[in-house]
Write a protein that binds this ligand. Structure first.
Ligand code: ATP
Ligand code: MG
Length: 310
């Protein structure tokens, strides 16, 4: 399999999406792992710089959606990729099985409640996409308390409507100053099996294992079908999907870090420039502070470095 760049993982809705065209593994040689780790680290630093400006400017918000099968590495990707970022500008939301309160609302309700403010990055660990994935696979819509006119549509129509609602929602976000970055960590069934076995054999990983993970695994083909259709229907120019090969974690992390950096770069954030009258205020404040020591500037080199590190 050929080496993949970020653009090879991107699907923006042009043409027809086929999951088979997207590898789960590009077999990067083990010896190259440190190179990718270094690239990820460099991206993490770049992300921190960009995020600082995004936050200062407060103009555009970014929603990063991570979707994947169990054990594809969502949690560890979040941990690694976001490690350099100022926690003040990031929120992380995990979407689990909906509560009865959540189920009593429309399916986007709980996601709207977790949107970041503009200037911030909101990381969604799973998302409203579960409502066209797990719900579709398990026919959960049949259990919903909703009027007949909603439930009497065919299964296909029900989910086509939801895809449209998601596209509309993401367009609404775009038109309100947000970018939505959607990432599918594409792990193979064989690799998931190996990771489950590791979770069972390694005591420190036991807590991550749940027996329902194995029953869900039996539905693998249905999940893949649901992912394929959902990506096909919801990828747009403004909110494309990135289908990232996830069998090699170090490689997936690099690609995710690339996707986030490119998205932040597209926001092109700048530190706000003060208007002239506020710059005058700064000068007045400066003079005031200096006059406390009789006009003498007592900041030493060492102090300056220390202050800057804060
Ligand atoms: P971990 O890596 O720890 O297993 P996780 O994201 O799989 O993390 P879990 O608590 O194991 O977390 O699983 C959450 C479960 O909630 C998933 O199986 C997911 O499919 C399910 N879920 C999320 N949203 C919905 C929804 N809208 N309707 C039904 N189930 C949902
Ligand atoms: Mg799980």
């Amino acid at each position: 399999m050929e080496f993949q760049e970020l653009k090879d993982c991107r699907f923006d809705g042009s043409g027809h999406f086929k999951l088979d065209d997207y590898p789960t593994d590009v077999h990067v040689e083990k010896r190259l792992r440190p190179n990718f780790e270094a690239l990820t680290e460099a991206n993490t630093q770049r992300m921190a710089e960009l995020q600082d400006r995004l936050y200062a400017e407060g103009r555009e918000g970014v929603v990063v959606i991570l979707q994947a099968m169990d054990a594809a590495g969502k949690d560890s990707t979040i941990k690694h990729v976001m490690s350099g970022i100022n926690p003040q500008g990031v929120t992380v939301a995990s979407f689990k099985q909906p509560s009865s309160e959540e189920l009593a609302h429309d399916f986007l309700w709980r996601a709207v409640a977790r949107l970041p403010r503009r200037g911030c990055i909101g990381l969604f660990n799973r998302s409203y996409y579960e409502d066209v994935l797990v719900v579709r696979v398990h026919d959960l819509q049949k259990t919903y308390r909703m009027p007949k006119r909603v439930l009497d549509t065919s299964k296909d129509d029900f989910f086509e409507q939801r895809y449209r609602q998601i596209r509309d929602f993401e367009r609404y976000l775009w038109e309100n100053g947000y970018r939505v970055l959607k990432i599918f960590l594409n792990v193979s069934s064989a690799e998931q099996r190996r990771r489950f076995l590791d979770r069972i054999d390694d005591e420190s990983k036991n807590w991550k294992f749940s027996s329902s993970d194995v029953t869900e695994r039996q539905l693998w083909p249905k999940y893949m079908e649901a992912y394929e259709q959902c990506i096909d229907r919801t990828a747009t120019k403004e909110a494309p999907w990135y289908v990232v090969p996830a069998d090699q974690k170090f490689y997936a992390r690099w690609l995710v870090s690339e996707a986030i950096v490119r998205t932040l770069e597209a926001c092109d954030p700048h530190y706000p420039e003060l208007p002239a009258e506020q710059r005058d205020d700064l000068e007045t404040a400066r003079q005031g502070l200096l006059s406390e020591t009789g006009g003498h500037d007592d900041r030493s080199e060492r102090d300056a470095t220390e202050r800057e590190n804060n």
